[in-house]
Structures are given as structure tokens and as C-alpha cells.
Design a protein. Sequence first.
Length: 240
Amino acid sequence: MIPIADNLPNRKTPVVTYLLVAVNVALFAIELNLANTGELADFLNTWAVVPTRIVKMATDMLDGSWIAAILICISVVLGLFLHSGFAHLIGNLLFLFVFGRRIEEGLGHGQFLLFYFVCGMITSAIQVWSEPTLNAPLVGANGAIAGILGAYLLSYPKAKIETIVPLIILFIPIELPALFYLFWWFVQQIFYGVSTFNIETGINSGSFAYWMHAVGLAIGAVLIFLLMPRRVSAKEIENS
């Protein structure tokens, strides 16, 4: 099942959502090139979220190393734009494109960008806390996407999602409740465990590597609740 759009009218161009999609695609192209040259493992182990590395840098940061603080920020932010394979990338970008546009419209461009990073970075921090001895890179926008889903379901629980169901050579259009995609997103996490890229330490190989992203749902819901007075409701959109 492929989500295409929701059934609410669009009033603003979601420029931040488009930008995030473009950056994800660009960095995946870099990953492909590094994989072809045999340099991907070194790149991910140096710049992605590797819990053992993050913990060591956090210790250095507490000892007064501002360089360690900068490196932690770079790893956590960059990790949000790296993916373990084509399925991981395409799945995340579909959900970002369909659900992110509506949240961006409600929050505004700048606030949505901040929302995206906060959801992703807090989820990454929780992953590191839960598996501090894991020596494998954790990558993907899953935490941020989960936050968007949590915000969407709280804000537009009755929205319908226009969906295409591929059946061999036929593509059947249907509408599904937004709540269904919460379930479908979790199903996809299982398949994301099969990576296109293979490196010695593995990618997203921790026990909680994907399921900890469920925390992102709660983070997104809490954030959108706090920002609720400043967002546009589904009813207002439908009546505009």
C-alpha cells in the first residue's frame, strides 16, 4: 500500500518538506557512491549515531570538550538523513511527503523544521541511552517520521489517506483512515531491518534500533499538543 496524499485541501507550499526530501535523497546518493568505493563503513562509523562513540564523546563533553559537543550534534543531525537501503529511504520519504506537508502547514515552515529535528534528535538520544554499548551505526529519519505521525493522528484523527494498492500490473486507488498508517508504519519497521548496505558492524542492528522509534510518536503528540493554540485545525482547513 502506497500513501499518496490526505483528503484535506492544501493551502501552502510545503517547502521545508520538499527540502527535507531532497536532502535525504542527496545524502543517499552519497552513500551509494561510498558503498561503491568501499568507504561507506568508515563514513557511517565516523559520522552516524554509533552509541559507543556517542557515549565516549558525551563523557569528553562533560569534561569540558566543546569539540565533542559539536561532533555529537553533527552525528545526531546527519544520522537523520542517512538510510540503510532503498526500502528504508523510500518508506520514510513517502510518509514524510504525505504526513509532513500537513504538519508543516499547521505549524509553519520554521516551527515544522524545528519540530522535525527535535523529534529525531530526542529519539536518537533515547536509543543511545537504551543501548550504550552498541557498536553499530543507527541511521534513518524514523524518529522524526514517527513524531510527524504522532502529531498528525492527534491533530487530524478523522482524515482519510488516498492510497494506491498495487496488484501485479493494476494500481487500485482507495482511501484509508490515517490511524491505519500508524499500524502500517510499524509493520514497515520489520522490513527495514533488511539493509541494502552491508558493513561489518551492521546498520541499525540494535535490539531496539527500530522499535525505540515508537517513542517518537509520543514526542510528536506531546509537541503538537503544546503547540496546538498556534496550529491550524482540520476543520479550519476543510472550511477554507
